[in-house]
Design a binder for this molecule. Structure first.
Ligand SMILES: Cc1cc2nc3c(=O)[nH]c(=O)nc-3n(C[C@H](O)[C@H](O)[C@H](O)COP(=O)(O)OP(=O)(O)OC[C@H]3O[C@@H](n4cnc5c(N)ncnc54)[C@H](O)[C@@H]3O)c2cc1C
Length: 472
């Protein structure tokens, strides 16, 4: 017989798990949260937070170069003190960590530190502490880890994952980043800002292959302008130790003509995606199994509930359309907690979840790409305008674009795609526009402040509503 009882057991204390636990506790439920490592999970310790802290420092370095080259400010970067930079980063992580632990404790969530495994559909053993029965349900939130390629074993020094890159003793002089998704692009951008020679290799024919083609085009142009070598349609054939670094052999689309590319770099950073984590969970004991790709798929997406009643899933363990993003996992946590508390919350609207890449230039999108919209809606209205069409875009001088895709004629906005400085902060209004099924004319009623970059977004909507001022 299990020794303990509770209303809900949450397995995994990352953003998906801790948000479920906090909301369930706020709704008056008894919650046990099992975590075998650190509360906060990938996002807080190895993902969103530390990477964005370092990208902020990278922006400052870029700003000094811009000040010197464009604005006559006599400034130079003497050196990047990596230990000081990582200490500042780690301080932000530590403060966030204490904050989340404090919230959980304040909410009365019982955090149990240990590895959890199912012993039945409602029973979970958390080693070495004992076994719990959940009166209402169990939430699986065990997240993901870096995906690895066969024959390419990270050694934490020359061949690294995004996890290792955080804890490396210093920055490399040269890096080959394998993978042109958000994580690869962000790390390529970061290393370039810090002065490294960077080659970015992507197997698909464009970077961020799931985004709108214009996003990939503008991003690639921006990265190349910064001196990053971008190889698309390219595959890593071999990587072997070479001196203090790695010799990588890459097959590019020109391999038949020019032969393979040999690239000698100090570090090879593997960023080819994330793999779901389920080992040690004993899903079979609960009557569960993963899908062919290792994800735990819900039978009912509106409740994120598996085929076994009372067992729910949140976060990176979910297959698409869940996007593997922290803010999506927060929404999923809220949904599952409210469901288990007896409510009927609205399902997560995955199409209205924004997607951001915090590189330089940044990208931010919500909704459908132009090609997805054409496939679904047939005739669409598309308005693309450069960020430099507005005064603040010229001040920033970094190029970029705003693209709005709407149903024709005068129909709902289906997708919004931004590239350029600060677009991560500019996507919020468009996520409401897409989420609320608004039309360009609805947005065109609302005045954007001048001069701002967001004015370009307002102008793009104005033009689609037939009222453009600065765009013909
Ligand atoms: C480099 C990088 C940058 C990123 N940047 C962003 C970003 O800018 N914005 C964004 O939205 N997302 C970003 N992400 C993605 C984001 O980190 C994930 O979507 C998010 O962390 C998923 O949360 P989760 O709760 O599903 O899983 P995780 O955060 O992985 O948490 C799962 C937890 O479960 C625990 N666990 C696993 N198995 C067990 C078990 N059997 N028993 C007990 N505990 C267990 C683990 O120890 C872990 O703490 C980034 C990811 C990376 C790697």
């Amino acid at each position: 017989m299990p020794e303990h009882e509770t209303d809900i057991i949450v397995i995994g204390g990352g953003t998906g798990g801790y948000s479920t636990a906090l909301r369930a506790a706020a709704l008056g439920l008894d919650v046990v949260l099992a975590e075998r490592d650190l509360i906060g999970g990938t996002c807080l310790h190895r993902g969103c937070v530390p990477s964005k802290a370092m990208l902020h420092a990278a922006e400052l370095v870029d700003g000094i170069a811009e000040a010197r080259d464009r604005w006559g400010v006599k400034a130079t970067v003497d050196a990047v003190d990596w230990p000081a930079l990582t200490a500042a980063r780690d301080d932000i992580v530590a403060r966030n960590h204490r904050g989340v632990e404090g919230h959980l404790s304040h909410a009365g969530v019982h955090v149990v530190r240990g590895s959890a495994a199912f012993t039945g559909a409602r029973t979970v053993r958390i080693a070495p502490h004992g076994e719990w029965t959940a009166r209402r349900g169990v939430v699986v939130a065990t997240g993901s880890r870096p995906r690895l390629l066969p024959g390419l074993t990270p050694d934490g020094r020359r061949i690294v994952t995004s996890d290792d890159a955080l804890f490396a003793p210093g920055l490399p002089d040269s890096v080959l980043v394998l993978g042109g998704g958000a994580i690869g692009v962000e790390y390529a951008s970061l290393h370039r800002s810090m002065g490294a020679r960077v080659v970015l290799v992507e197997a698909a024919d464009r970077l961020l292959p799931l985004e709108d083609a214009d996003v990939s085009r503008h991003l690639t142009r921006g990265l190349k302008r910064r001196g990053i070598e971008v190889l698309t349609g390219a595959r890593l054939e071999r990587a072997e130790p070479y001196g203090d670094g790695v010799r990588a052999t890459v097959r590019t689309p020109r391999a038949e003509r020019d032969g393979m590319r040999a690239l000698d770099v100090e570090r090879l950073l593997v960023a080819v995606g994330r793999a779901p984590v389920t080992e040690g969970l004993d899903l079979a004991a609960a009557g569960l199994a993963t899908d062919g790709r290792g994800f735990l798929a819900p039978a009912d997406w509106s409740r994120l509930e598996t085929a076994v009643p009372g067992i729910h899933v949140v976060g990176d363990l979910l297959p698409p359309p869940s996007p593997g993003l922290a803010h999506a996992s927060f929404a999923e946590g809220l949904l599952v907690a409210e469901t288990l508390a007896g409510g009927s919350p609205r399902p997560v609207d995955y199409e209205a979840v924004p997607r951001v890449t915090y590189s330089s230039p940044q990208t931010a999108s919500v909704g459908l790409s132009e090609s997805e919209a054409r496939a679904r809606a047939g005739d669409v209205a598309v308005n693309t305008m450069p960020l430099t069409a507005v005064a603040k875009g010229m001040v920033h001088g970094q190029g970029g674009m705003v693209k709005v895709v709407a149903e024709r004629p005068g129909g709902r906005v289906l997708g919004v795609h931004l590239v350029g400085p600060h677009v991560s902060e500019m996507i919020a209004e468009s996520q409401l526009v897409v989420g609320w099924d608004a039309e360009p004319a609805d947005v065109a009623q609302h005045v954007h402040p001048h001069p701002t970059l967001s004015e370009a977004v307002g102008e793009a909507y104005l033009t689609l509503a037939g009222r453009g001022l600065h765009q013909r």
